[in-house]
Design a protein around this ligand. Sequence first.
Ligand code: NAP
Length: 294
Amino acid sequence: METKKKIGFIGLGIMGQAMASNLLKAGYEVCVYNRTREKTASFAEKGCGVSYTPKQLAGWCDVLITMVSDPAAVDAVMEGPNGGFEGLCKGKTFINMSTVSPEFTRQLAEKCSKTGIIFLDCPVSGSKPLAEAGTLVILAGGEEAEICRHEPILLSMGRKVIHAGKAPAGSYLKLCVNLVMGHMTSAIAEGTEFAEACGINPALMFDTLDANPALQCRYFSMKRPLLLDKKFPPAFPLKHMLKDARFIMSAAEQKQAYIPVTEKVLELLEKSNNMGYGGEDISAIYKGLKEYEK
Ligand code: NAP
């Protein structure tokens, strides 16, 4: 029987905290690293190892996972004298689960292939509640055999692994999904704003959507209390959707895809972010709409 792989996990933000916890629950030997060390305290209490540098972590583990904000954050933890790449070597695996641009993913894949590091491009779909429940959908790009070989690890954090094709197909697929999610969020934020302007209680709009089997949507139900209570604690921070919308527009330009509605969603996200709502949930674009009008 194959012994369980040692896993190094970098990035204990909203998603990473839950994902690393689920790897521990699945019985893997896990060691973590986070830029802000205080966030590792609850892991140390559970008997999980904590590394001082990504390099130290990568040297110890068989599989290194990154779940950080964006390409700059991946560079910050992977490059340089104390970076993860310094500790990785031929035969080890590097799985990037952060949402980054397909171009950045392509560069990571190339760098790994030159040194014999196995690379998987595995962003996730699903936010904090799904990460906590271990029911994320994992969008996997890479060599098919390697995706299959690493599925037990991925399925400790998720309910399904979608095989997207060679990297950066995972990153492209993630952007397709977030394009749709950005529109859905904008739709219910605008619907709320429009209902209120028309003197209709927006709760009735949500009730109607929910009662119609063709329009019923669990995502709408999740965002409903935020939009009705006007409180937006972050499950998926608006600033991350803004980052993704920028990646989408840039990929669309490269691939000559015409996506005018997404361009408008990007504009709305930019405005909401400039108003200071980047750290709040994506549904805080409602506040951007409200204040933009004035
Ligand atoms: P988050 O809560 O903002 O956490 C970001 C993590 O990245 C933290 O561990 C942070 O470290 C680290 N980080 C940021 N900049 C860094 C830098 N320059 N150097 C080192 N570490 C850095 O983000 P999240 O919501 O967990 O999301 C993580 C990734 O998953 C993002 O790419 C996001 O788009 C994607 N995603 C998120 C969701 C969601 O619903 N939240 C869903 C699907 C995908 P510190 O603790 O030191 O700040």
